[in-house]
Design a binder for this molecule. Structure first.
Ligand SMILES: Nc1ncnc2c1ncn2[C@@H]1O[C@H](COP(=O)(O)OP(=O)(O)OP(=O)(O)O)[C@@H](O)[C@H]1O
Ligand SMILES: [Mg+2]
Length: 319
């Protein structure tokens, strides 16, 4: 028996007036309870797809369906069970989470008692109970984002569509968002989230759809992404002095470093514990602070764009 397909696009196309084809014949199917990463570099068409899926814009051709209902034809019915987070959350700086959620509860037409219950539940879920009566204007970006999620799950949707949920968050905020997404997964909520961070997606998703230039390059399991990610964690570092065994031990103590291997007398291969190029500079600085002089460093792979190109070439070569 086939699993329930809860989200589906069929040959979705979106052209903008100025000749840009933002989404170009995109088809995919998402099963109930899946956590899917919609991954692609800037301008790939992620937000455009999500806007179609939530009926903020209409497709030029093709269909987007939720629970078998065409979103752009019957938006109210199709989006009943959907919660979404798209773009920068509105500015409600003068309101408190309680006031804001009460307002949305009323919009959803929920009875007062249910609204009060639900406010407690969702604020607890997103870890904002202690701030329920603080003004949103005093919140960090991570707290604001969590409040926006609280708002999007208020009506207990079974599908969550999130556009770049970790964008702009600090490492702590990213970690909290990751845990929140995992808690939805446990509740069998289907999550569709876009990101341009391969590493981030590999940490929370079951499967990944790669989008490039408006087209789906591949849909794959997250295990393969982990394999690919390894290449982004390897960096060869050449040091001024010859390396001793004890040096390797010292380097392994550096928090961003998973493993260190000696390649030859003065060169080592470091495995970082994440694939984020941003932490490479920090790691190199730590190596220097530990008394090593760096002559050069070469990331094994550094550019995600290269990765997409190689995926496309691989696919076209197989045809
Ligand atoms: N309203 C619009 N009018 C014209 N072109 C648009 C519009 N919205 C998006 N585009 C173009 O469509 C393409 C896809 O944009 P989209 O925002 O969907 O990409 P994205 O994958 O979300 O990128 P990012 O990672 O930067 O958020 C881009 O070339 C963009 O410039
Ligand atoms: Mg976008």
């Amino acid at each position: 028996m086939s699993k329930d397909i809860v989200m589906e696009t069929q040959n979705l196309v979106k052209k903008f007036g100025d000749g840009v084809t933002a989404v170009d014949d995109v088809s995919f199917k998402i099963e109930k309870g899946e956590v899917v990463g919609y991954l692609g570099p800037n301008g790939a068409g992620k937000t455009t797809t999500i806007k179609i899926m939530t009926n903020l814009i209409k497709p030029t051709a093709g269909h987007a369906c939720i629970n078998g209902i065409d979103v752009n034809r019957h938006p109210k019915e199709a989006l009943k069970s959907v919660g979404s987070l798209i773009g920068v959350p509105g500015v409600y700086s003068y309101l408190t989470p309680t006031e804001l959620l009460r307002y949305f509860g009323k919009l959803y037409g929920l009875p007062k008692q249910r609204i009060d219950e639900r406010i407690k539940e969702v604020l607890n879920m997103v870890n904002l109970s202690d701030w329920k009566d603080s003004k949103v204007g005093t919140f960090s970006t991570g707290m604001e984002r969590r409040l926006a999620i609280a708002k999007s799950i208020f009506h207990e949707p079974s599908i969550l569509i999130l556009d770049e949920p970790v964008l702009g968050l600090d490492p702590e905020g990213i970690k909290e968002m990751r845990e929140l997404i995992k808690s939805f997964q446990e509740k069998d909520v289907t999550v569709f989230l876009s990101s341009h961070l391969l590493d981030e997606v590999s940490k929370v998703c079951d499967s990944v759809i790669f989008l490039y230039d408006g087209r789906v390059v591949e849909k794959d399991s997250v295990e393969r992404i982990d394999e690919i990610m390894k290449q982004y964690r390897l960096i060869d570092v050449e040091l001024l002095e010859d390396i001793r065994k004890s040096d390797l031990k010292d380097m392994k103590k550096i928090e961003m470093i998973d493993d260190v291997k000696k390649i030859d007398d003065s060169r080592i291969r470091v495995t970082k514990n994440d694939g984020d190029p941003g932490t490479t500079a920090e790691m190199l600085r730590k190596i220097v602070e530990n008394g090593f002089d760096i002559v050069s460093y070469t990331p094994e792979k550094s550019d995600l764009e290269d990765f997409y190109v190689s995926l496309i070439e691989e696919k076209e070569g197989a045809r």
